[in-house]
Design a protein around this ligand. Structure first.
Ligand SMILES: O=C(O)CCC(=O)C(=O)O
Length: 329
């Protein structure tokens, strides 16, 4: 049964990947409309103090800062200092072998924690499930979100981008529609490796507007093509040339949070003065080509430091990460 389900998901991904990415959103719209009646029992009223006044900016400008700050950064830093890391911006980017943070800092420009380490980090799952945040994300996606991926990784001070795509401009391709929450666990100034995003570049209209805004020279970028060939050093250089004034660097103190539509052009700037530790949580329509279930099965709830009660909504949102009924060893 699993094989057939996997094959169906895979087939859909093959179809999605054969379409230019600026068209994905129109299919997402059909998918979320179909969900509307099915998931009625999972929806909740907007929570007190919801963040929905950020929705227009998130839709229009591809990113927003979330007006809450983590209160336990020190505790999280101590926790992560003791966890093993893996080469690259994702635990599975290379051979997945565990190293100490000290050894990784010496040997690699980027080092990531396993999804399990992130799920078990004190308080992180609860922040990722903050009802105000989830409501904003739900309003954006048009359906109850699936929290499909968690990650935490260091970018160390380095002379130039190395090793993986994340430090070159690119578009993410996880799902028909998806959002990424970034939580900084170090202070991030311009020389501390900020996330950089080109506002409005997630849609074809936005790209055309950005290109029209270039006045004193003839742009070389084909906006439609930029939703097909959107990886690599040369593409990144072209983005720099066209959008260096338009790009937004998301700076902020440890504990600050930003939600980004990472279909928009984005990258992690290489830190030149201070190392950066950042967490991501990704929310989409369901399991996909970047989801946690590819790395490991859901963790029994007794291993997860969370206050979540296990309502049908909690269970649905977090189903790829944890199982609320697996309580005993
Ligand atoms: O390190 C960063 O800020 C960039 C992350 C990134 O490229 C991604 O989430 O796809």
């Amino acid at each position: 049964m699993t094989v057939y389900t996997d094959l169906t998901g895979r087939a859909l991904t093959v179809i999605r990947r054969s379409l230019p990415k600026h068209q994905w959103d129109q299919f997402a719209e059909k998918i979320v409309r179909d969900r509307h009646d099915i998931e009625g029992h999972l929806r909740e009223e907007p929570p007190l103090g919801h963040f929905n006044d950020l929705l227009a900016d998130l839709r229009g400008r591809s990113h927003v800062q979330i007006p809450i700050t983590l209160t336990n950064v020190e505790e999280l830093r101590r926790y992560f200092d003791d966890q093993p890391v893996h080469k690259g911006a994702n635990a599975l980017s290379f051979d997945g072998r565990a190293k100490s943070l000290a050894a990784a800092r010496r040997d690699f420009p980027l080092a990531a924690y396993s999804a399990e380490s992130v799920i078990r980090a004190p308080g992180l799952i609860d922040v990722m499930n903050d009802p105000r945040l989830l409501h904003l994300i739900e309003s954006y996606l048009g359906c109850v979100p699936t929290l499909y991926s968690v990650n935490a990784w260091w970018s160390f001070v380095a002379p130039k981008p190395e090793m993986t795509n994340v430090q070159f401009f690119h578009r993410d391709t996880d799902d028909w529609r998806f959002l990424t929450l970034f939580i900084y666990l170090t202070d991030v100034a311009a020389d501390g490796g900020p996330h950089e995003v080109v506002p409005e570049s997630h849609s074809l209209d936005g790209m055309n507007k950005l290109i029209k805004g270039i006045r004193f020279w003839r742009p070389k970028m084909d906006t439609e093509r930029s939703f097909v060939d959107d990886m690599g050093e040369e593409f990144s250089r072209t983005c720099e040339l066209h959008f260096k004034n338009a790009a937004a660097q998301l700076v902020g103190p440890a504990g600050s949070m930003h939600v980004v539509n990472t279909l928009a052009l984005h990258r992690g700037i290489v830190p030149t003065r201070t190392d950066r530790l950042v967490v991501w949580a990704r929310y989409g329509l369901g399991p996909n080509t970047n989801s946690a279930d590819l790395e490991r099965g859901p963790l029994g709830i007794r291993f997860v430091p969370t206050k979540l009660q296990g309502t049908p909504r909690d269970r649905y949102v977090n189903r790829l990460l944890m199982e609320f009924d697996r309580k005993v060893p």
